[in-house]
Every structure is written in structure tokens, then in C-alpha cells.
Design a binder for this molecule. Structure first.
Ligand code: ATP
Ligand code: MG
Ligand code: MG
Length: 381
């Protein structure tokens, strides 16, 4: 049996372990946090990302390495890759870690993005705002997630506040100003590329964020064949150019005329969690198949699905499980404000049935506001 080493022990690693056990795989995890939730499912080594000795010992016990966290230092991946096969590779990781490098790469591949400019100092912020126009979003180039490290500028008057909020990070992690896109909706493509070059994408997912954090996803999204081909074409070109191996997500803004790429995640992705019950093969299983050099599984949908994230604390399990078609995932994390502690996927055979089930879930779990935008889409699409 192969032992897969995962850098990172969060819920993504945990769901990867759960998908890999039926395939006869064994797992080992490395994470700096002793309470990393995947540690409940597989052996966990607690060490800092840059602890070279710990990485070497970790590599001795595994047959190949992957990661569930895109901010693993590229140098740590290099240390592992010198000893065992490691996927996705350094080019993908390094590209996705820096918004400026990432968006530059997208544009070079013919994948349009919102307008963007690097910001190095206060004068550079003013210049970028003049050039891109406002509203705009100032973001840290590195280490942002769940909307952290971002400041929205509505007008000139916000320049000082934006600089006060993020200016001190210009020298360490870098800053980028992005034109604000008044998008119609947010979509993502979750796709997988195998070691053989075989490529597959799941149906396009529509996503709703609240305060920069994913709240709900609907799949398959209602997209025209042209839009679907455009989205999947972007994902495929990106994967091929990076020599990518594994699952990744490409986040897109539907700006009406065109799809604009926001960012990629070089790993399994929250907007792909619905594939566990809602697709013929889940993103977690296909990620493992890809990195192990095995054939990919069918990415087709089974019916229609909606993901609901649980932030802060889990709902009562008995109440949730009384909702027809609801599948519950509790990550085993301690409750904490804003923390992703679990999710539910509601599955149904038609949009109308999914709408009824979502409405039921909204009532039973006291989450009417969370399900409302999805309901509106299902009922007026
Ligand atoms: P993630 O958790 O997805 O990694 P993140 O911290 O990397 O999030 P982004 O994905 O860049 O942040 O932004 C979070 C959300 O903020 C987006 O999904 C979108 O809703 C909004 N947003 C970001 N950039 C823009 C933009 N240029 N125009 C309009 N909305 C934006
Ligand atoms: Mg991100
Ligand atoms: Mg994002």
C-alpha cells in the first residue's frame, strides 16, 4: 500500500484521507498545529513548515507528497520533492502564492482578469487608483485567504484608510490593487489533471460569498455551452502550462460579456465539496488518483447539489439529518467565531426538488439568509 504524505492537516486533508482509505491508501500528515483536524483520521507529525529535519523524517515514511494548504513554503516542498514525488509541483504552488505573479500568468495565457497593478508605496497606491479607477480592492499579494488582507476602496477618500490598513505589509508580502468587478455572479471550475496529462473538469459551480468567505455553492451551475467551454478552456490551458498534477480550482467572475479569472487554488477546493455526494467521483478521490498516476474517475454530476458552509459552530446533527437529501460533514474542529467547522451538501434529482429541500434546511437550521440567494437562483433560473 502506498503512503501519501499530506502537508497540512485541515479539513481538506481530512476529506482526502476519508476518500483514500477505500482505495487501500495510507496517510501521514504534517502540520504545525497539534489539534489539526485531519489528525483524527491519520497520524499527524507536528512541526513547523520550515523544519528541515522534520520534513526529512516525514519524507522517509511516505511514498509521495501532496498538500492541502497553498501557503506551504515552496522551499519545504523542494525538500520533500528531493526525496519523493510531490504533486502539484513547485511552479503551480509558487504561481498561486502570489496574486501578482498569478494574474500576470493568467493574462499571458489569454485568460482575462480584472485590471490590476502592483503597489509598492503610498504614491504607487494613488497612481494605481488613478490608472485602474475606483472602486477597487487593495489586497496583499501573498498569504490572503477568506477575504483576509483586503481593503475595499469606494473612492479617493478611502486611499488613506486603505494604506493605514495594509501599507505596513507592502515591504513584507507585497500589495496589489485590483479593479472592482461588478460581477453578475461568481463561478468556479474545479478540475483535475493526471500525471498522464489526462484532464477532466466537474460541472461549473456557482458560488456565494459573505464577507469574503464562501457561504454556498450550487452545481451544476446554469451556464451556456459557450460559457462552460470558455471556463473549462481557461482551466485546461492553465493546468497544461503549469504541468499541473492534481485537483485545482479556478475562481471566475461572470462579468456578463466575459469571464474574468480571480485566482486559482492549487489544491482541492471548498467549492468542490459537493462532489463527494453530488458527482460520480469526488474531487478528493480524483486528486489521489491523479497524484498516484492512476486513471481519473468520471466527473459527471449526479443530480443537482448545494453546499452550505457552517462557520463558527455546527448545527445540531439530528436536526440537520432530518432534512431529506442532506449530507453532513463535521470537521471535528473546536467552535470559534468565523471558523469553517463543517458543511452540508443537499442533493436532489431536479432543481425544483433541491429548492424544496433547501427551503426545508433554511427553516430547520435557522439559515434562511444563507439559502436565500441559492433559492432565488433555482426558482428564477
Ligand atoms: P479565498 O478564500 O477564496 O482564497 P481570498 O482571500 O483569496 O479568498 P479573493 O478570492 O481574492 O480572496 O476574494 C474574496 C472574494 O471577494 C471574492 O470571492 C469576491 O466575492 C470578492 N472579490 C475579490 N476580488 C474582487 C474584485 N476584483 N471585484 C469584485 N469582487 C471581488
Ligand atoms: Mg485565495
Ligand atoms: Mg478566492
Amino acid at each position: 500500500a502506498s503512503t501519501v504524505g499530506i502537508l497540512g492537516g485541515g479539513q481538506l486533508a481530512r476529506m482526502m484521507v476519508l476518500a483514500g482509505l477505500p482505495l487501500g491508501l495510507r496517510f501521514a500528515l504534517l502540520d504545525p498545529a497539534p489539534d489539526a483536524c485531519a489528525g483524527q483520521a491519520a497520524p499527524l507529525r507536528v512541526a513547523a513548515w520550515d523544519d528541515a529535519d522534520a520534513l526529512a523524517r516525514f519524507a522517509d515514511g511516505i511514498d509521495l507528497a501532496t498538500f492541502d494548504f497553498e501557503n506551504v513554503p515552496a522551499a519545504s516542498l523542494d525538500l520533500l520533492a528531493a526525496r519523493v514525488p510531490a504533486h502539484p509541483g513547485r511552479d503551480a504552488l509558487a504561481t498561486a502564492q502570489d496574486r501578482l505573479v498569478e494574474k500576470t500568468r493568467f493574462n499571458a495565457l489569454g485568460i482575462p482578469t480584472p485590471g490590476f497593478m502592483a503597489v509598492d508605496d503610498r504614491a504607487g497606491l494613488a497612481a494605481a487608483a488613478r490608472s485602474l479607477g475606483l472602486p477597487a480592492i487593495l489586497k496583499t499579494r501573498r498569504f490572503g485567504y477568506d477575504g483576509k488582507g483586503q481593503f475595499r476602496l469606494r473612492g479617493e477618500a478611502d486611499l488613506d484608510a486603505a494604506w493605514a490598513a495594509l501599507g505596513d505589509q507592502a515591504a513584507s508580502v507585497g500589495l496589489i490593487l485590483e479593479a472592482f468587478v461588478p460581477f453578475r455572479r461568481e463561478l468556479s471550475v474545479v478540475a483535475v489533471r493526471a500525471r498522464s496529462g489526462e484532464f477532466a473538469a466537474w460541472p461549473i459551480t456557482e458560488n456565494w460569498h459573505v464577507d469574503g468567505v464562501l457561504s454556498a455553492s450550487l452545481a451544476p451551475a446554469e451556464v451556456s455551452p459557450g460559457q462552460e467551454a470558455e471556463a473549462i478552456g481557461h482551466a485546461r490551458r492553465l493546468a497544461e502550462s503549469l504541468g499541473y498534477v492534481g485537483v485545482f480550482a479556478l475562481e471566475l467572475f461572470d462579468a456578463g460579456e466575459r469571464l474574468l479569472a480571480n485566482e486559482m487554488a492549487p489544491r482541492v477546493h471548498n467549492s468542490g465539496h459537493w462532489t463527494i455526494e453530488g458527482a460520480r467521483t469526488s474531487q478528493f478521490e480524483n486528486h489521489l488518483r491523479a497524484v498516484l498516476g492512476w486513471p481519473l474517475g468520471d466527473t459527471g454530476a449526479r443530480g443537482v447539489s448545494c453546499l452550505l458552509n457552517f462557520l463558527g459552530r455546527m448545527p445540531d446533527a439530528g436536526t440537520a439529518l432530518a432534512v431529506p437529501g442532506l449530507h453532513l460533514h463535521d470537521y471535528g474542529k473546536a467552535p470559534r467565531a468565523g471558523r469553517k467547522v463543517g458543511h452540508a451538501t443537499l442533493c436532489a434529482s431536479s432543481p425544483a426538488e433541491l429548492a424544496d429541500r433547501l427551503e426545508h434546511a433554511g427553516r430547520a437550521l435557522d439559515r434562511a439568509a444563507q439559502v436565500a440567494p441559492v433559492l432565488a437562483r433555482l426558482r428564477h433560473a
